[in-house]
Design a protein around this ligand. Sequence first.
Ligand SMILES: NC(=O)c1ccc[n+]([C@@H]2O[C@H](COP(=O)([O-])OP(=O)(O)OC[C@H]3O[C@@H](n4cnc5c(N)ncnc54)[C@H](O)[C@@H]3O)[C@@H](O)[C@H]2O)c1
Length: 250
Amino acid sequence: MNIFFIGAGNCTEIILEKMQNCIKKAYLLDYDVEKINFLKEKFHFCIESDFFISDDIDFYVECASVEAVKKYTENIIRNNKNIIILSSGAFSDFDFRNNVENILKNSRSQIFIPSGAIGGIDIINSLKDEINSITIETRKPPLSFNMINTKEELIFYGTAEEAIKNYPKNINVAITLSMAVESFDKVKVKIISDPKIIKNIHKIFIDSKAGKYEIKIENNPSNNPKTSLMAPLSVVGFLKKFNNSIKVGV
Ligand SMILES: NC(=O)c1ccc[n+]([C@@H]2O[C@H](COP(=O)([O-])OP(=O)(O)OC[C@H]3O[C@@H](n4cnc5c(N)ncnc54)[C@H](O)[C@@H]3O)[C@@H](O)[C@H]2O)c1
């Protein structure tokens, strides 16, 4: 498998580590040359690269930033290539989302948004039309919000759309959920600054015609304290599943 990575930081390193037996060539694009050199030394199959489109590439994988998603996605999908996007927060921009959806109407590309730092998307995919209400409660230590509160504090409650405006750095998970539900009004977001915890904890509450569901996710960080280890692992899980003849929990 040949993969073009946009971003050569923490997530890309974890994906390369876990996928080294399956990847033939990994093209790396990053404006930080040191990051590229580090990965080139560590994994012999890595190649520094400017952006290019080629039939030689099986997947483009974005592990960089919202800005990078907006810069490269259009070119990739106009050329019928597939991209996996981790910085799902880019889809909070209505114009970007609209543009991408229009291009996809005349493209053979597929965009894959992995579950990232959360889980339970399989339930949402199955129940999409039956959901009465859905809430994501995100709990983080005060330092994540540059706060020093000593008691638990609810710092935000509103729709995913409002959360984007107020907490743009904590939105990937709310946007991933909103994309899964296909509504930016339906998903309610609660953000709590909690001095009793050291990890990021997400709880998803779904009330639907099919039943009630509560999903709790207690993530360990990766080498980048802002990124849960599960986020890059969700890309690895997807890439491995993509090649399996039997797919479970699709
Ligand atoms: N979907 C989720 O649940 C989820 C969870 C965690 C992280 N993320 C997102 O994944 C992304 C990667 O996380 P990470 O821990 O690997 O971050 P990181 O900072 O370790 O690595 C990102 C790399 O991308 C590079 N980069 C950023 N913008 C670029 C651009 N426009 N062009 C070229 N290079 C660019 C940076 O120089 C950096 O080396 C972040 O945007 C983060 O928000 C998503």
